[in-house]
Design a protein around this ligand. Structure first.
Ligand SMILES: *[C@@H]1O[C@H](CO)[C@@H](O)[C@H](O)[C@H]1NC(C)=O
Ligand SMILES: [Ca+2]
Length: 351
């Protein structure tokens, strides 16, 4: 694809190259600087965040504001602690007017909860509004812009389980699950269904309680949205979501937020690095890529509201068992008849 020429993604995919580069850089910057030798990437400090988190929430005009339970620690910004019913957020104060960019998120999700007893995950935002607490991973619903969710709790699956419903295997997902949503303010995020009705795409990403660093990257180039994960400790980007024709206005804010409910986790952000990507456009593309005023996705067809299969009623179950039995008996009888016929025939052949 077009993007293979760009950015650190391709280079980072090549493990050996990465290792060399890491040795060469010899820095604690991590693998995210694979594109350091290339001139089309510029770190934008006004939209980036890293240790020791100077300019977060303090001073007269901090670059980043904290909301709710979010707090500065020595090693991270903790959006929520591993405590029930918390919500926190971290918002960039400077609107972003870049056309093509890449946001690299170094995060960590960890806690005491065992398998599927932890939640709810975190979100990364590029939205019109900022600092608006709400139900969508600690941010407002009916947001305007892009949301990327690292959802650690399978609400829909758990609900189905308690209702003893069958789940069609094609629909079932392994969590944590990463998904993306673009909204013009009209859509609600359906928390009970883990956002399935409005998602642009997604992938499973096992990110909890890992000893190595975990990263997510959102790349937006020529209206092409790409989301990749580096969570296996191999310094490689793995594809997660790719959507063409995503129209995002300029001048929105980057942020990240998180929420806990009955279940909890520490949701930590270690760094946010925003790179400006300089991309050449043909005059046609220039015309095509004019500024927009509302977020949208070309040819967006939201998946059908596929309701999970209803539970089998007693009668249906009885009928299925009954007809299975009838069919089995029938099959056995036919089998016996055919067998005796065949035996007779072969006997006839012998005599
Ligand atoms: C907003 O998005 C919804 C759902 O994608 C769409 O039906 C509606 O037309 C959009 N509104 C505007 C003003 O573009
Ligand atoms: Ca969920």
């Amino acid at each position: 694809g077009w993007w293979q020429r760009w950015g650190p993604g391709l280079a980072a995919r090549d493990g050996s190259k990465m290792l060399l580069l890491l040795l060469f850089l010899g820095s604690g910057q991590g693998p995210r600087h694979a594109g350091a030798g290339q001139t089309f990437e510029y770190l934008k400090r006004e939209h980036s965040l890293s240790k020791p988190y100077q300019g977060v929430g303090t001073g007269s005009s901090p670059l980043w504001n904290l909301l709710g339970s979010a707090m500065v620690m020595t090693q991270c910004i903790r959006l929520t602690p591993d405590v029930q019913s918390k919500q926190g957020a971290l918002w960039n104060r400077v609107p972003c007017f870049l056309r093509d960019w890449e946001l690299q998120v170094h995060f960590k999700i960890h806690g005491q909860g065992k398998k599927n007893l932890h939640g709810d995950g975190l979100a990364i935002w590029y939205t019109k509004d900022r600092m608006q607490p709400g139900p969508v991973f600690g941010n407002m619903d009916k947001f305007v812009g892009l949301g990327v969710f690292v959802d650690t709790y399978p609400n829909e699956e758990k609900q189905q389980e308690t209702q003893k419903r069958r789940y069609s295997p094609g629909v079932q997902r392994v969590f944590p699950y990463v998904s993306a949503m673009v909204n013009n303010g009209s859509l609600s995020y359906d928390h009970e269904r883990d956002g399935r009705p409005t998602e642009l795409g997604g992938c499973t990403a096992i990110v909890r309680n890992l000893n190595h660093d975990t990263f997510l990257v959102i790349r937006y180039v020529k209206r092409h949205l790409t989301i990749m994960m580096d969570i296996d400790g191999k310094h490689e980007w793995r594809d997660c979501i790719e959507v063409p024709g995503v129209r995002l206005p300029r001048g929105y804010y980057f942020g990240t937020s998180s929420i806990t409910g009955d279940l909890s986790d520490n949701h930590d952000v270690i760094s946010l690095k925003l790179f400006e990507l300089t991309v050449e456009r043909t005059p046609e593309e220039e015309k095509l890529h004019r500024d927009v005023f509302l977020p949208s996705v070309d040819n967006m067809k939201l998946p059908e509201m596929t309701a999970p299969l209803p539970p089998l009623s007693g009668l249906a179950l009885f009928l299925i068992v009954f007809f299975s039995l009838v069919f089995s008996v029938f099959a056995v009888v036919i089998g016996i008849i055919l067998y005796t016929k065949w035996q007779e025939q072969s006997r006839k052949r012998f005599y």
